[in-house]
Ligand binder design. Structure first.
Ligand code: NAD
Length: 297
């Protein structure tokens, strides 16, 4: 069993940290929120007073922070100076590819085994230990990180070199945003044409319009019992989170020169929905905006 430093004990990090402790590791937990550290202590971790204290003498480090600026600040401000070279480091936050690459390169130059390892799956998967990890970094770093990530997830996939985990995450979520909007448009049109939504689902879910957005996360109430549409669009995956990932995708498209016109439309529509008060609703609630019933009930 290893000594693991865990930094960032929010909605996602608290469950992930608990699963590492449950697997028998000695986990040293730190967050800017004292309450979050207390919660981690209750789940079997040992609280630390700073990121530097948590990482000093650790065999492995996991970070689960909001955005690129937090990741850069924690690594450059504390971790790189306090951790011992050779330590395996996993940044599981969803951040921009450019920051992931530059922090990864700085870590490698200092002798750390660094991977970017963002996740798919929300808070429920973090709690249950069933996340999917998309991992970017050298083969040797992946081999060291894989057993720890497996303690927190059901699938750990090596995407390629540094930054490719983040690249996989934002490409996947751009596609998800686009297919969700397309699925919502189809249901809204079906509605206007007098087609019963369950009947449309029965047909489209077995025809060429099928997608995960339709069959696993259907945006209208009824067809898929577990979808947020059946619980008033409580997330799930909040619109604000989808918007964050679409912004990351559009930034990456701009810097790499990729053409992503539908991604740009999806970002614009989710920004509009966020401005109209949809930010904390599940991202499938954009159905109500497209159908014309958002905030009218
Ligand atoms: P969160 O805001 O709940 O948690 C982030 C935590 O980081 C907070 O507790 C905050 O206090 C802490 N923090 C910030 N700066 C810090 C610092 N300098 N030192 C120590 N702690 C610091 O966010 P979350 O929902 O847990 O998401 C974390 C990451 O996971 C994000 O990048 C998000 O995009 C990604 N993600 C979230 C979900 C989801 O459904 N919530 C799903 C997939 C990926």
């Amino acid at each position: 069993m290893a000594i693991i430093a865990f930094i960032g004990l929010g909605n996602m990090g608290s469950g992930m940290c608990a699963n590492l402790a449950k697997a028998g590791h000695e986990v040293r937990a730190f967050d800017l929120s004292a309450e979050a550290v207390k919660r981690a202590e209750g789940a079997g971790a040992r609280g630390a007073k700073s990121a530097a204290e948590a990482v000093s003498g650790a065999d492995a480090i996991v970070t689960m922070l909001p955005a690129g600026k937090h990741v850069r600040a924690v690594y450059e401000g504390e971790i790189f100076d306090a951790a011992q070279p050779g330590t395996v480091i996993m940044d599981c936050s969803t951040i921009d590819v450019a920051t992931a690459r530059s922090v990864g390169e700085a870590a490698a130059a200092k002798g750390f085994l660094f991977v970017d390892a963002p996740v798919s799956g929300g808070v429920a998967a973090a709690d249950a230990g069933t996340l999917t990890f998309m991992v970017g970094g050298p083969e040797a770093a992946f081999a060291k990180a894989e057993p720890f990530l497996s303690n927190m997830g059901k699938a750990v996939i090596h995407a390629g070199d540094a930054g490719t985990g983040q690249a996989a995450k934002i490409c996947n979520n751009m596609l998800l945003g686009i297919t969700m909007i397309g699925t919502c448009e189809a249901f809204a049109l079906a509605d206007r044409l007098g087609l019963d939504q369950q009947r449309f689902f029965d047909i489209a879910s077995k025809a060429s319009g099928q997608s995960w957005s339709m069959t696993s996360y259907c945006p209208v109430p009824g067809p898929v019992e577990t979808s947020p549409a059946n619980r008033g669009y409580t997330p799930g995956f909040a619109t604000a989170m989808m918007l964050k990932d679409l912004k990351l995708a559009m930034d990456a498209a701009a810097t790499s020169g990729a053409s992503t016109p539908l991604g740009a439309q999806a970002e614009a529509l989710y920004a509009l929905f966020d401005n109209m008060g949809g930010g904390s609703s599940d991202f499938s609630a954009i159905y109500k905006l497209l159908q014309g019933s958002w905030n009218t009930e």
